[in-house]
Design a protein around this ligand. Structure first.
Ligand code: ZN
Length: 137
């Protein structure tokens, strides 16, 4: 569970609304936007990760505590299913339609499933963290 003070959230929302009148303040972001940018789920300005998948202790911009976020293997589970679905059905389609030799499947689909899994891992974990932040109150 992520602890967040109500006044902090209100202050962050006020900063977000002040952007519309020309003040350069942090906008409030959606979990999906924050996940794509690898940003903080509250302010969208601070970075969420300090390595490839290691989550920072706190947001450098708004101070949101990330240490209480527990995503476990949730992102990896979804990523494996999504990448497996895309690559599995693509391989099946190519096999049925073009009948390529087996080595073509090996050099196309194995690197693709690895690259797809790695590419989706960070946004997937960011989305999971963002949704957990938004929905656990
Ligand atoms: Zn933040």
């Amino acid at each position: 569970m992520i602890q967040d003070k109500t006044e902090d959230l209100k202050a962050a929302r006020d900063e977000g609304s002040s952007r519309a009148v020309g003040v350069s303040a942090a906008p409030i972001t959606t979990p999906l936007k924050a996940a794509i940018r690898g940003g903080c789920p509250r302010c969208g300005q601070g970075r969420l990760f300090q390595g490839f998948l290691k989550v920072r202790p706190a947001c450098e911009a708004c101070g949101l505590d990330f240490t209480r976020i527990q995503t476990g293997d949730g992102p990896a589970t979804f990523i494996m299913q999504i990448a497996g679905f895309i690559v599995g059905f693509s391989a099946l389609f190519v096999e049925i339609r073009f009948h390529p030799p087996m080595w073509v499947h090996l050099i196309v689909w194995l690197p693709l499933v690895i690259a797809l899994s790695l590419a989706l891992m960070r946004p997937g974990r960011g989305l999971m963290i963002g949704l957990q932040y938004r929905n656990q109150r």
